[in-house]
Design a protein around this ligand. Structure first.
Ligand SMILES: C[S@@+](CC[C@H](N)C(=O)[O-])C[C@H]1O[C@@H](n2cnc3c(N)ncnc32)[C@H](O)[C@@H]1O
Length: 260
């Protein structure tokens, strides 16, 4: 799904990453950690600034692709690593980011503990979490289409995000970890969308990660393809103009200079 992610998800995360970068004023020579870096929406922007970025991701396919893209920047690298158990020493980085990653971790709490642990006292942290349970528009559209299919009752639903979706929760989680929160901003996060006629086939590599979708037989897939085309047309005509697209929260904080 790496290529599909790069085409259909990265443009959205690149916008969020740009806002996060602006908030933390990363400068050339800073040591920056990108947690759950994916295909490099943030890492590539940081590398272009002349900072030394270390990107980590649990997916070796994402890491392989990102290392290709970081090749022009010899001081930057991507590593396979679990963001819930980083292998770096305390206070290794000037800045740590998590753009749409800790929001998806099975243990987001460990992810945030680790993000704060590895930045130096006084260092910056930029965290982007989804503000709505379904996250990106492509999943809201899928969820609406699936609701119209007659699925067996045992079918699992589209997973709902639960991690720190309110401004208050995100702020409190960082304060509890010894950070001074500078700001938590709500950001519109609409995704680019494939054409309705090819919506399902284009996004298939991303949707395949969801148990409900994977469990569909050929007949249900054919039905879903039509429903997704209809729902994506409705989304573009009604929801986008009404501003009902995905929202994210960007928290910018500094690790307290006093050790907690
Ligand atoms: C929605 S993507 C975000 C990628 C990138 N930050 C961006 O904004 O485009 C979430 C990423 O987190 C990674 N991920 C999920 N759990 C992880 C974990 N425990 N440790 C490290 N990465 C993880 C996934 O492999 C995926 O690349």
């Amino acid at each position: 799904m790496v290529a599909t992610y790069e085409t259909w998800a990265e443009p959205l995360s690149a916008r969020l990453a740009k806002a996060a970068l602006k908030g933390t004023s990363v400068k050339a020579s800073d040591c920056v950690l990108d947690i759950g870096a994916g295909t490099g929406a943030l890492s590539l922007q940081v590398a272009a600034l002349g900072a030394r970025v270390t990107a980590i991701d649990l997916s070796s396919a994402m890491v392989a692709r990102l290392n290709q893209r970081l090749a022009p920047y010899p001081e930057c690298k991507a590593l396979v690593m679990d963001g819930e158990a980083l292998t770096f020493e305390d206070s290794t980085f000037d800045v740590a980011f998590s753009v749409l990653s800790t929001t998806l971790f099975s243990n987001w709490s460990a992810g945030l503990d680790e993000a704060v642990r590895v930045i130096r006292p006084g260092g910056w942290v930029g965290i982007v979490h989804w503000a709505t349970p379904e996250g990106a528009d492509i999943f809201t559209i899928l969820s609406r289409a699936l609701k119209q299919l007659s699925l067996p009752t045992s079918s699992p639903d589209v997973p709902k995000l639960t991690a720190l979706m309110s401004v208050h929760e995100l702020r409190a989680a960082l304060e509890t970890r010894g950070c001074e929160v500078i700001d938590v901003e709500r950001i519109d996060a609409p995704s680019p969308l494939p054409a309705p006629e090819s919506f399902m086939d284009t996004l298939d590599p991303i949707y395949r990660r969801l148990p409900t979708y994977r469990s569909l037989d050929e007949d249900l897939r054919d039905e879903l393809r039509i429903l997704l085309a209809e729902e994506s047309r409705r989304w573009i005509k009604e929801d986008v103009p009404a501003g009902r697209t995905a929202k994210a929260h960007l928290a910018i904080a500094r690790r307290s200079s006093r050790q907690c």
